[in-house]
Design a protein around this ligand. Structure first.
Ligand SMILES: [Fe+2]
Ligand SMILES: [Fe+2]
Length: 201
């Protein structure tokens, strides 16, 4: 698969997960209780597979792109910083939701603010990459660059597509299964698999 297409597919997939997270935040706005296990699954998934696989690969692609396109260096520096902020805010959101899930007294406004900030920040980050980085990367990066980026983090099977994944991500797998029937087998999902995937109700 074309690496830029795979990159874009992963963004679309993360975007769908953020949509699900937004639906749970909307419950909070409406004064209802969110599905805490689902929220934890989404944040854990994004922590495990975006912070540990997608972002390290991007960081390597960014380093190579910055050498070829000096005009992109300020944008790339900001995106690299955002990877760290996204990771830290994901940790904070997970802590708050974990506390709330075990009936600790966590002010609702605190969870709302942390989740809304995470979603807005993450969406803006992806949008900048889609608009400013992917087109330049498609133009400038070579097979050697793409291989180096891919090798910056190990490939992992997508646990959301695995029937034998046990309890991990149980809630999120159920939600996805109820809405789409299946998820991509790996994060480097094929375009056809992605097109067939509709996570929203
Ligand atoms: Fe990124
Ligand atoms: Fe990205």
């Amino acid at each position: 698969m074309n690496p830029v297409t795979a990159w874009h597919d992963e963004h679309a997939y993360f975007g769908r997960l953020l949509d699900l997270l937004q639906e749970e935040v909307d419950r909070l706005y409406a004064g209802e209780s969110p599905h805490y296990e689902l929220v934890l699954d989404i944040v854990a998934y994004l922590r495990d597979y975006s912070d540990q696989v997608h972002h390290p690969r991007e960081d390597e692609a960014f380093r190579r792109l910055a050498r070829r396109c000096p005009e992109l260096q300020p944008t790339i520096a900001r995106l690299q910083q955002e990877h760290r902020v996204i990771a830290q805010s994901g940790v904070r959101l997970r802590e708050l939701v974990e506390e709330a899930a075990v009936d600790a007294v966590v002010p609702r406004a605190q969870i709302e603010a942390a989740a809304a900030t995470y979603i807005v920040y993450y969406r803006s980050h992806i949008a900048t990459e889609e608009q400013e980085i992917l087109p330049a990367a498609a133009r400038e990066l070579t097979d050697v660059d793409w291989t180096a980026a891919r090798n910056a983090a190990p490939s992992r099977a997508n646990p959301l597509a695995s029937d034998g994944a046990g309890e991990r991500f149980r809630s999120l797998r159920r939600r996805i299964a109820s809405e789409a029937g299946h998820a991509p087998r790996t994060l480097q999902c094929s375009t056809s698999a992605w097109r067939a995937l509709t996570l929203r109700v």
